[in-house]
Design a binder for this molecule. Structure first.
Ligand code: GLU
Length: 573
């Protein structure tokens, strides 16, 4: 201010003194000035002006701050300017609402929001040019419009196509243009990637996305050894061993009482093998007569039943599902090869493959349309095509649903991200739209829009790994354990019986005269004098013969009136 040009008029001092001496109550209250020339007890009404008139919602004074009580009353009380005592009556805002507005005004100076929309030439379902207003259409546009409808304020907008319509635009450029204020926002299939989040603000993703590999698949010719595939090598080994083991156990349990398990050694060995493996088909002809043998066999037949049905199920799935296979198994095998890789025009995938996976730029082939996708995959790397395509899942799902089942997604989705709407840094719209997108997703509208625009056919499932169909020992060890325990218990019981019988059979070996002495001395003598061969011979003996011999011995003993004291053992044979 040019204060020096001000002049003091005549009588100015006098006027100042008159003002300072003033003391009266006017329309706005008391008028009086203190020595510092400040108004004494200044006070104001706070008015809410709206519609046709105004209403007082409180007062303001230096002394008390905002209050609903007149300052004159407050001047008589001690000063209290704490936040909790600052009250006004509620404000009625334009629109006859008492909800406080957000304070963000759209648009700035009446200018509608400039929204960049990629002018796509492939996968037009996501976003494309439209002859009718608003000039653009597609899944992303519908999601954006639906989200805007959920905002409590209107957002005037104008959609501006980015791209010449002959190729997909470079999406990084669109995001850059938003950051440079050439647009206010970008709406479309824009992937949220780190480099972009550094310069713009993204909303929450409205679509899940991630990079996948698509490769041509061919039918596998059935291998002559396909029947071996259901089980792992270990499983085959253990199963085979268990067949023989159970056969041997049943032979031991049956040998003494069952004529079918007796005969010359060679015949018995063939019986064991034949019996073992015929249980595989439940077609064993030999009768099992001993209780223990039956116990072992019934548990084993249950195990065989489970193994058989698992084998059948697994073989069926190998022969039906695993018909298709691809030379490329996933991103790792693709990256380590030297073959050309197809990528979508304008996509961030190019940078990702070069910078993150260190794939040579010369290997990347830009594909502009869906037709180029399928023709270059059909041609293959040797005839100027590509070995595989790396692109985001939503595009690939559409591509696969429209193409024949000659291509498949191989391996896993190797990046996880999503598509979001891009706004300039710190735009409150990004936050509000994020909430709106979450609302759309929670109330199911997002899925409805998805179903409207994007249809998926059956051929999009993954090529399954062969390994999934191998049944390993892990799935069956419980069964083998049960069968093994049954065999063990049966053998223990069997040998206990044998030993008991053997002890009853051997008293004629005894040399002691006294019955009591025999009882005590028998075990020791038994251990000392019985050769292993004798025991084996006893085990090998048919049970009827043993019983007969024991009976004969006991009659002899009875007849002699005392236990045998010959001092030599009778050979069991
Ligand atoms: N979603 C891709 C991106 O944001 C664009 C795909 C395309 O090039 O059409 O980079």
């Amino acid at each position: 201010m040019n204060l020096s040009s001000m002049r003091i008029f005549d009588g100015g001092q006098q006027f100042l003194h008159s003002l300072l001496r003033m003391n009266f109550t006017g329309l706005s209250g008391q008028i009086q000035f203190d020595v510092d020339k400040n108004l004494v007890h200044p006070a104001y009404d706070v008015l809410n002006i709206g519609g046709t008139g105004s209403r007082r919602i409180g007062y303001w004074s230096n002394y008390s701050g905002l209050s609903t009580v007149t300052p004159e009353v407050l001047y008589r009380k001690p000063p209290n300017t704490s936040v909790s005592s600052q009250h006004l009556y509620s404000v009625i805002w334009p629109g006859e609402t008492s909800i406080v507005p957000r304070g963000w005004v759209f648009p700035e100076n009446g200018r509608p929001l400039r929204i960049a929309v990629p002018n796509r030439v492939s996968y037009l379902q996501f976003v494309s040019k439209d002859r009718n207003p608003p000039g653009v259409r597609g899944y992303c546009i519908d999601v954006f419009e639906a989200a805007l409808n959920l905002l409590p304020y209107p957002v005037p907008r104008v959609y501006m196509l980015h791209g010449d319509g002959r190729r997909n635009p470079v999406y990084n450029e669109i995001v850059q243009a938003v950051a440079e204020d050439r647009y206010d926002a970008a709406v479309g299939d824009v992937t949220i990637v780190t480099n972009r989040t550094k310069i713009v603000d993204f909303t929450q993703p409205f679509m899940e996305s991630g990079l996948v590999v698509v490769a041509p698949v061919k039918e596998v010719k059935s291998s002559p050894w396909a029947f071996l595939r259901p089980f792992t090598f270990q499983m085959w080994l253990v199963t085979g061993a268990f067949f023989l083991f159970v056969g041997a156990v049943v032979w031991i349990l049956e040998h003494r009482i069952n004529n079918e398990f007796r005969g010359p050694p060679w015949k018995q060995i063939t019986t064991i093998f034949w019996f073992s493996f015929s249980t595989m088909f439940f077609s064993h002809r030999e009768n099992t007569v001993s209780t223990l043998g039956r116990l072992v066999l019934i548990i084993w037949l249950f195990v065989v039943l489970i193994i058989n049905s698992s084998y059948t199920a697994s073989l069926t799935s190998i022969l039906t599902v695993q018909e298709l296979t691809s030379r490329i198994e996933g991103i790792d095998s693709l990256a380590s090869s030297n073959e050309p890789i197809g990528i979508q025009d304008g996509s961030f995938a190019r940078n990702y493959l070069i910078e993150e996976l260190h794939i040579a730029e010369s290997r990347l082939v830009i594909l502009k349309t869906q037709q180029e996708y399928s023709s270059s995959l059909h041609l293959g790397p040797n005839r100027g095509g590509v070995a595989a395509i790396v692109d985001e899942l939503p595009y690939i799902e559409l591509f696969l649903s429209a193409s024949t089942c000659a291509f498949k997604i191989v391996g896993q989705e190797f990046t996880k991200s999503g598509w979001g709407f891009a706004f300039q840094r710190d735009s409150p719209l990004a936050v509000d739209l994020s909430t709106a997108i979450l609302q759309l997703s929670e109330n199911g509208d997002l899925q409805k829009l998805n179903n409207k625009w994007l249809t998926h056919a059956d051929c999009s499932e993954q090529v399954n790994e062969i390994d999934h169909y191998h049944l390993s020992l892990k799935s069956f060890w419980g069964l083998f354990l049960i069968s093994g325990i049954a065999c063990f218990i049966a053998l223990v019981v069997f040998f206990y019986n044998i030993v008991c019988q053997y002890r009853r059979f051997t008293p004629e070996d005894g040399a002691a005269a006294e019955e009591g002495e025999i009882q005590l001395a028998r075990p020791r003598r038994f251990l000392r004098s019985t050769s292993f061969k004798k025991l084996i011979d006893f085990v090998d003996m048919k049970v009827d013969t043993t019983k007969e011999m024991i009976k004969r011995k006991s009659t002899d003993i009875k007849r002699q009136g005392s236990p045998s004291s010959d001092g030599h053992a009778v050979s069991p044979s």
